[in-house]
Design a protein around this ligand. Structure first.
Ligand code: ADP
Ligand code: ZN
Ligand code: MG
Length: 476
């Protein structure tokens, strides 16, 4: 029997508001524990929450970007449970009337465009953070308590672990373009719970799902789902039943472990929050937010393909980060050829940034510096391989490409006589190879070209070397 997976993701995104959702405390990350708290977010008796308008606006913005219907009337609800990081004993969330519903976002898998439906987006407050000390004590930090969160729930439209990662990436890109969430998975500003079940291929019914918590990277979304799908199929093949449960991803062992079963699940006893008035969103306000929407990743991908003639693959990579897409456009504006600039960014720049675990905003490398380097190649002043060396040097030192080429004497050798001299030297040193070539081993061309490049410290014009090596060997 062949099985297929059915996957739905629940993503929590911390909103980039300056203050918390129901009080004026700061949301700044990394402060001393319990320095950003007040009676409201500590849940003292008698306090009253006041809704942060910016948090509402950001959620509406997100809903619009993800093609949702924005509810003109929604409501907060109390979700009751006991946990040390939740001082009120309930979380203010939304339940039967969320702010946004019935949207979708698009992913591109294997060249195919797929819509993943969004079931709902609601607004809620974050809980605090428990810290378990090695000495055996536990502490709680309430700085995060009351930080605004959006919960974005997908329909179970995702078919593979790879698609789940693509969905996460697209979602993160949209949030970052909108400027509503920094998308930092490591710091927990974006958190994902993955729901997954399996069913026989062709079946219309859903199987029993499990929910995997504690996933904090795109790679782990894929890994955790791959593991869980295999585990479920194995159980079914052994004639056992899947039980509905919450499981924890353990990135060290690469496995998921049971956390609690459905029987142990909380009954949250949701009821409407009596301390907050229902949320009424006017169509005027929605229109105003719509008018101020930035260009989003999908539109930018289209435009890059159309205006710059880029392959879809390049357009997707260049638009993943807004800052990178702007960097690319600046280089093109300064005269760089789009495909050439795209190649340099994708092959060299992203490689270095990746090695240094930085993004484009954290380095001093300027679009003008890349354009200058590319011009040196175009004018034949340096060859492509040397250009890569110069690129690293420019990136590391901030010096201009022209200066580095002069300083290190890297100018390309395009003088026939110098190259011919080098070829003769190589032939003198390798008489056996010359003989083998004469006897028909044409592939030795590569050997001679390589040796000449080595002798000229990589500076010879490779095209010229190729032509001349062939010519001189054939004349033998
Ligand atoms: P619950 O009531 O258990 O929270 P929901 O209907 O709210 O379930 O769905 C939670 C998430 O689980 C959603 O992202 C949804 O797409 C996904 N989901 C629901 N049913 C399944 C299933 N059978 N297999 C995989 N994912 C599912
Ligand atoms: Zn507060
Ligand atoms: Mg649910």
């Amino acid at each position: 029997m062949q099985y297929e997976a059915v996957i739905g993701l629940e993503v929590h995104a911390q909103l980039l508001t300056e203050s918390k959702i129901f009080c004026g405390c700061s949301t700044q990350f990394g402060a001393e524990p319990n320095t950003q708290v007040c009676p409201v977010c500590l849940g003292m008796p008698g306090v009253l929450p006041v809704l942060n308008r910016k948090a509402l606006e950001y959620t509406i913005k997100t809903g619009l970007a993800m093609n949702c219907k924005i509810s003109p009337y929604s409501r907060f609800a109390r979700k009751n449970y006991f946990y040390p990081d939740l001082p009120k004993g309930y979380q203010i969330s939304q339940y039967e009337l969320p702010l946004c519903e019935d949207g979708y976002l698009e992913i591109i898998t294997d060249g195919e465009r797929r819509k993943i439906r969004i079931k709902r987006i609601h607004l809620e407050e974050d809980a605090g953070k428990n810290i378990h000390d090695l000495s055996g004590y536990s502490f709680v930090d309430f700085n995060r308590t009351g930080v605004p969160l959006m919960e974005i729930v997908s329909e179970p439209d995702i078919k593979t672990p790879k698609e789940a990662a693509l969905y996460m990436k697209k979602l993160r890109a949209i949030l970052r373009y909108l400027g509503v969430c920094d998308g930092n998975l490591e710091q927990g500003s974006l958190r994902c719970d993955a729901n997954v079940s399996v069913r026989p291929v062709g079946s219309q019914e859903y199987g029993v799902k499990t929910e995997i918590k504690n996933i904090n990277s795109f790679r782990f979304v894929e890994k955790a789902l791959e593991y869980e799908i295999k585990r479920q199929i194995k159980l079914i093949n052994n004639g056992e039943k899947i039980i509905q449960e919450t499981r924890l991803w353990d990135s060290i062992t690469g496995t998921t472990q049971s956390m609690r079963s459905k029987e142990e699940a909380h009954d949250y006893r949701y009821f409407p929050e009596p301390d907050l008035a229902p949320v009424v969103v006017s169509s005027d306000w929605i229109e105003k937010i719509k008018k101020n929407m930035p260009e989003l990743p999908d539109a930018k991908i289209e435009r890059f393909i159309k205006d710059y003639g880029l392959p879809a693959y390049d357009a997707e990579i260049l638009t993943e980060e807004k800052s990178l897409s702007e960097w690319f456009e600046e280089a093109v504006r300064l005269g760089g050829k789009p495909k050439e600039i795209a190649n340099w960014i994708m092959v060299e720049l992203l490689r270095i940034l990746n090695e240094e675990n930085k993004d484009i905003t954290e380095c001093n490398f300027k679009p003008s510096q890349l354009v200058e380097l590319v011009n040196l190649v175009d004018k034949g002043i340096i060859n492509r391989n040397i250009a890569k060396e110069v690129f690293e040097e420019v990136y590391k030192t901030g010096k201009s490409a022209e200066f580095i080429v002069k300083e290190k004497g890297l100018t390309q050798i395009s003088d026939d006589s110098v190259i011919i001299e080098a070829i003769k030297q190589v032939m003198d040193k390798n008489p056996k190879e010359v003989d083998r070539f004469k006897n028909g081993e044409e592939k030795l061309i590569g050997f001679f070209v390589g040796q000449v490049m080595k002798l000229t410290k990589g500076k010879a014009n490779p095209k010229l070397v190729n032509e001349l090596v062939l010519k001189i060997l054939k004349e033998q």
